[in-house]
Design a protein around this ligand. Structure first.
Ligand code: SF4
Ligand SMILES: [Zn+2]
Length: 394
């Protein structure tokens, strides 16, 4: 898209000298190195030749209040930043989670890219309307349909590649003609879990072989997330670890093992409250939200909201933490278990099949997850553990 606009600006309603074109990129900190290298070599050279303004931005921190930083703003760009002060993995390490869909939206993309660029644009253009061109390819109409919801009187979205009908093969041929690069790899985060965004699986695995250290860092994120919740694998149908084992990617797996040995470990105390879901009667009588639940509003056979509490109960090197967990198991009159994932756990309390239900476990995993527990967690836990009656104020 950038190349086409630079080569024939007036055809797309831009000034001949491209003084009204601004390229903005928001760094997630998780982009594959080859995507950045290729863009740095070929695209930046083009931008310098046409004196096009390139603005590189990034989210400044975890909270929205931290805002964004401008890493570079120039018509002579000579490098692409690899990350800003905050990267997407900084979001997932302390929470022990992975990218997720929420209400059909990619929260990661909104937080690391969309909201950052929108805020920059607001500061830059104020009330002046601008066209916001996004390079979704011709087959990504559903992504453009999601993005169009963010149109505003000032922001007018434009999807040139869709308009021109340029799909991936067409784009590859165009880039080959422009730069002599036969295959331009897809740009996405190494920790991405969304098949529609990622390259095809064989290309993805090939990249993991080319960049084993990058794959190892993603394995580490997946490890923490799985430790806290065994069902959380990076992909819907398998874990990254399983894919790399099947692929025989020993370089990535050994780099990951080395990281595990060299870093601090923790024993996490994980507790979950599974509340009872809303009953049919409640939904029928009280509509979408029930503000004053009665006992009949809960269905003890239906799983509702889950609250999680994570506390770090010990820290140390891996070879001290694993025996420590065994000792803790002994004190609980039980032993450690390793499910298929090989992660050692002590199951103290297994959730039953009626709700509310409680789950409690100790697990040894790489350190880095921050303790988190909502204010009323302890009170609700005690209430359910002590009485087993249905809590009414949820
Ligand atoms: S590439 Fe994937 S992980 Fe990265 S921001 Fe986009 S959807 Fe999220
Ligand atoms: Zn109700």
């Amino acid at each position: 898209m950038i190349v086409a606009l630079c080569e024939d600006p007036t055809a797309y309603g831009l000034r001949e000298d491209l003084s009204d074109l601004v390229i903005v990129t928001s760094h997630t900190g998780e982009e594959w190195p080859d995507s950045l290298d290729l863009a740095e070599i070929h695209v930046l050279r083009l931008l310098r030749r046409y004196r096009v303004r390139l603005v590189q931005v990034a989210r400044a921190g975890q909270s929205d209040a931290a805002g964004y930083v401008v890493l570079s703003d120039t018509r002579e760009p000579d490098r692409l930043w690899r990350r800003g002060p905050w990267a997407l993995s900084d979001e997932y390490t302390p929470t022990g989670t992975l990218p997720q869909f929420a209400q059909g939206k990619r929260i990661c993309s909104i937080r690391a890219k969309g909201s950052v660029i929108d805020r920059w644009a607001e500061d830059e253009f104020g009330a002046t309307p601008y066209r916001h061109a996004i390079g979704f390819e011709a087959t990504e109409i559903n992504r453009s349909e999601r993005d169009i919801e963010y149109a505003s009187p000032t922001r007018k979205p434009w999807y040139p590649l869709i308009e021109w009908g340029w799909d991936r093969p067409r784009l590859q041929a165009f880039l080959y003609a422009a730069f002599g690069v036969k295959e331009w790899p897809k740009s996405y985060c190494a920790l991405c879990c969304f098949p529609a965004t990622m390259a095809a699986r064989d290309k993805h695995l090939e990249r993991c072989r080319t960049f084993p250290d990058v794959a190892a860092r993603v394995l580490l994120l997946e490890h923490r997330a799985m430790a806290l919740n065994a069902r959380t694998t990076l992909y819907r149908d398998s874990s990254l670890k399983e894919l790399l084992i099947d692929d025989g990617n020993d370089a990535a797996l050994s780099a990951y093992e080395r990281m595990l040995s060299d870093m601090p470990w923790a024993v996490y105390h994980v507790r979950r409250i599974y509340f009872a879901g809303r009953s049919d009667t409640c939904k029928a009588q009280h509509g979408d939200t029930c503000t004053t639940p009665r006992a009949s509003c809960r269905d003890p056979l239906r799983k509702g909201t889950c609250w999680r509490s994570v506390r770090t109960s010990a820290l140390g090197p891996r070879d001290a933490i694993t025996p420590h967990l065994k000792q803790l198991a002994k004190e609980q009159g039980t032993t450690t278990t390793s499910a298929e994932d090989g992660i050692p756990r002590v199951n103290i309390r297994e959730p039953g099949t009626t709700y509310p239900a409680l789950q409690e476990l100790l697990v040894a995993a790489p350190a880095g997850v921050h303790g988190k527990e909502r204010k009323s967690f302890a009170h609700r836990w005690d209430q359910i553990a002590g009485t087993n009656t249905l809590p009414l104020d949820l």
